[in-house]
Design a protein around this ligand. Structure first.
Ligand code: SF4
Length: 135
């Protein structure tokens, strides 16, 4: 049996607490607070303590789904992105770019949030950008 602690950062919110994943035989089985991390100094909220559960959840989405005739069907990323781009074009042509809004999240990095607002403003052509921290 191989056991190890793997350092990481909690992905539930933008605070960015340091965690140690307990890994046994390459499977994440637990989460511990990182005492030396400058953000949380050995503390976690309830979400952080249970961080490992969503990694192994059978409900976790691992590939995109497209709703067809009222049912979600699995697809690949190329098809999902193409479908999304095509629908954006249709909506923009019919209703204008301000008919689309982009919601970003504290669960992604600052760089990813920056790219999302660039996509909204420079590609889609709307300033309708908001963040989950304001919701
Ligand atoms: S442990 Fe709690 S406060 Fe810390 S990053 Fe995760 S969700 Fe946020």
């Amino acid at each position: 049996m191989e056991c190890k602690l793997v350092p990481s950062v909690c992905s539930y919110c933008g605070t960015g607490c340091g965690v140690l994943f307990e890994v046994i035989n390459n499977k994440i089985v637990g989460t511990l607070p990182m005492k030396t991390h400058p953000v949380n100094e050995g503390k976690l909220c309830i979400k952080g303590w249970n961080l490992h559960e969503h990694v192994n959840s059978i409900l976790r989405l691992k590939q995109p789904l497209v709703k067809t005739f009222g049912r979600f069907m699995k697809t690949d990323w190329d098809e999902a992105i193409q479908l999304t781009a095509d629908r954006f074009k249709e909506i923009i042509a019919k209703h204008g770019p301000d008919s689309i809004g982009v919601l970003v999240s504290a669960k992604i990095t600052n760089e990813e949030n920056y790219l999302a607002q660039k996509l909204a403003r420079a590609v889609i052509g709307t300033n309708n950008v908001d963040h989950c921290a304001r919701l």
